[in-house]
Design a protein around this ligand. Sequence first.
Ligand SMILES: [Zn+2]
Length: 74
Amino acid sequence: MTRENRLIGRLLGPAGPELSCERCFEELDRYVQLELSGADADAAIPGLRAHLQGCSACAEDHESLRALLSEQGS
Ligand SMILES: [Zn+2]
């Protein structure tokens, strides 16, 4: 494999497991709690951020859950 091919494979290949909306929904609560606590939510739940970037429905859920949980405070 040439150097170029490897680079392209890295750009196109999935960064982690592909998440479905259903799985995203299941993990979103935990993900937001990790985010708000300053933990590495992306490492804990790989693929979720990528899903949010590609799925506006889940991105909206993420935004509202985040707003809700941060309002509730510590
Ligand atoms: Zn989704």
